[in-house]
Design a protein around this ligand. Structure first.
Ligand SMILES: N[C@@H](CCC(=O)N[C@@H](CS)C(=O)NCC(=O)O)C(=O)O
Length: 200
C-alpha cells in the first residue's frame, strides 16, 4: 500500500492507523501547493480532488477521504479495538465521532490555512472551534478516550486535527481534559514514529 501525505496534514491520521495495525506501507510525500509528488508526478493524476490523504492499494485501486481510509484499514485487520465490528453499537459510536471531527472540527481549521479568508472570518471560525472543543472537553471528563476506556480511530483523528491549534495560535489550554488527552495520545510510540517519519 502507498499513502500519499503532506507533513502534519490530516493524512497523519491514516498514517498512524497504518502503524497501529503494523501494515507494510510506503509513504509518498505530496507538495500540495505545487500539486506534485516527491517523484515530480502531477498529483491530480492520482486524485483529481488534489487532496491528501490518498491510499493506493497493491492492486492499484485508490481510496480518498481520511475518515473512510481509516475505517477501511481497520476492516482489513483483525484489530477490533480501534473500530468495533459492523452492526455493533460501538462501531457507530466511533463513526459518529469520525463524522463530527471531519465535518465540524477538521473543516473549521481550513480558513486558517487559506490566505483569502479575512481576520473577521477567522475569528468566526475560532469561536466555532472553541464551541466544539468545549463540548469535546466535557465528553473527555473522567475518561481517557472519546468513547471511554478504549483507544479508537476517532481518538487518532481528533489528535491529528487538534495539533493544528498550535500552528494557528488557537489557545485551547483552558480545556484541561482535552489537554490531558493530547498528552496521552502523543505518548504512543506509533504516533511519535509517524510524526518523526513525516518530519524527516
Ligand atoms: N474531505 C477530505 C479533506 C482532506 C483535506 O482537507 N486535505 C487537506 C490537507 S489536511 C488538503 O489536501 N488540502 C489541499 C487542498 O485542498 O487543495 C478528507 O477528509 O480526507
Amino acid at each position: 500500500m502507498k499513502l500519499y501525505y503532506s507533513s502534519s496534514a490530516c493524512s497523519l491520521a491514516p498514517h498512524i492507523v497504518l502503524r497501529e495495525l503494523g501494515f507494510a506501507f510506503e509513504l509518498i510525500k505530496v507538495d500540495l501547493d505545487q500539486h506534485l509528488t516527491q517523484f515530480n508526478e502531477d498529483f491530480y493524476q492520482f486524485n483529481q480532488k488534489g487532496q491528501v490523504p490518498l491510499l493506493q492499494l497493491d492492486d492499484g485501486s485508490l481510496l480518498t477521504e481520511g475518515a473512510v481510509i481509516s475505517q477501511f484499514l481497520v476492516d482489513q485487520s483483525l484489530r477490533k479495538d480501534l473500530l468495533a465490528e459492523i452492526n455493533t453499537a460501538g462501531r457507530y459510536e466511533v463513526l459518529s465521532w469520525m463524522n463530527f471531527i471531519a465535518s465540524e472540527i477538521h473543516k473549521a481549521y481550513s480558513p486558517f490555512f487559506n490566505e483569502s479568508y479575512s481576520e473577521k472570518s477567522k475569528n468566526i471560525y475560532s469561536r466555532t472551534l472553541n464551541k466544539h472543543y468545549a463540548w469535546v472537553d466535557q465528553q473527555l471528563n473522567g475518561q481517557n478516550y472519546l468513547t471511554g476506556t478504549n483507544f479508537t480511530i476517532a481518538d487518532i483523528y481528533l489528535f491529528v486535527v487538534t495539533r493544528w491549534a498550535d500552528f494557528i495560535g488557537l489557545d485551547l489550554a483552558h480545556f484541561s481534559h482535552l489537554a490531558s488527552f493530547m498528552n496521552r495520545i502523543s505518548e504512543r510510540q506509533t504516533v511519535q514514529d509517524a510524526i518523526a517519519a513525516e518530519a524527516a
